[in-house]
Design a protein around this ligand. Sequence first.
Ligand SMILES: NC(=O)c1ccc[n+]([C@@H]2O[C@H](COP(=O)([O-])OP(=O)(O)OC[C@H]3O[C@@H](n4cnc5c(N)ncnc54)[C@H](O)[C@@H]3O)[C@@H](O)[C@H]2O)c1
Ligand SMILES: O=P(O)(O)OC[C@H](O)CO
Length: 355
Amino acid sequence: MSEQQIKVAVLGGGSFGTALASIAADNGARVRQWMRDAALVEQINREHRNGRYLPNYAMNPAVEASTEMAQVLEDAELVLIAIPSKAFRSVVQTAKPWLKPEHILVSTTKGIEQDSFLLMSQVLEQETGFTHIGVIAGPNLASEIADKQLTATVIASYDALTRTRVQQALGCGYFRVYASNDRHGVELAGALKNIYAIAAGMAAALGMGENTRSMLMTRALAEMSRFAVVQGANPMTFLGLAGVGDLIVTCSSNLSRNYRVGYALGKGDSLEQAVESLGQVAEGVNTVRLVCAKAREAGVYMPLAEGLYKVLFEGVPARDMAGYLMLGEQSSDVEFILPREAVQQAHRESGEWRE
Ligand SMILES: NC(=O)c1ccc[n+]([C@@H]2O[C@H](COP(=O)([O-])OP(=O)(O)OC[C@H]3O[C@@H](n4cnc5c(N)ncnc54)[C@H](O)[C@@H]3O)[C@@H](O)[C@H]2O)c1
Ligand SMILES: O=P(O)(O)OC[C@H](O)CO
């Protein structure tokens, strides 16, 4: 163990928290992982395996699990928070008595808070008022990371120290960490792509082909960046790992929980059945509800998200919705080159515009 050994605390005993804890330990960090389940703590410390969330993968034996927040946060420098958005604030509040301004706080959560529409870095800011705050997002299926498949992610922060320390703590032979200063864009990208992963799973279950998936993913990217720009993010961020990168993996892989929920729905399960049989969190189900409400309020055109909302919550059959979407407005490919309004105007002038 070197003098420079970074001390990492991971809050969350799920699949991503466990995968990240192991990376940091593989990298030589001292790692403590907090979770509320004492039996899981016992198992991780004895067998170096998380039998509930990543049963088929060995963890680095140096990871010390604990249910004691004080012990996990004691003299930690970097705190990674891998807790679903619904419980994120309450876990941060539990940790708060032991958090200090010099801590580097990083959310790995790809979701939006229900009542406030805040992203998790904003919850961290609100709860602590600290400056070393960042987010991790990118094409990061936890089980592939646990299997040491070559993977890349993004650390996004307005604070250079946060970016650098996360790159140092997690960057290794199988995990590359790229930096961004568009924290809002990276975090939004991570949350938004879950919506389209559900739609892609549904399309696959309905037997739709590769052209369809490609159209869905590309138009999803247009829709995500349109929404993000209105929210103050940089559209270029969506060309990176957290945008197009994560969209590719979650819209293509059965390892994605959001994709699996969509697939189950496409095979005829109810939303309740699909979520229950998953047994883990699929953030996209809640995100689509929140984003559609926000998009309506802000006047952002999001036909795919709206279509998914109608399928999930208003009982419209998925195949019918796909049909309606195909007959919607024929618009611009890349709106940052040819604005949507210019295409609409041309249609109006030709007398063929349908409102
Ligand atoms: N799994 C992945 O591949 C992956 C990859 C990147 C990002 N993420 C994001 O990371 C976040 C966490 O994902 P995960 O895969 O680790 O989730 P998970 O469902 O595997 O585990 C969540 C963990 O949070 C704990 N938790 C839930 N509510 C809690 C509460 N009230 N108090 C204390 N602990 C609580 C659970 O017990 C569990 O340990 C999600 O927002 C997800 O979008 C996941
Ligand atoms: O399993 P999901 O659908 O939450 O996706 C996991 C990660 O976000 C993939 O990057």
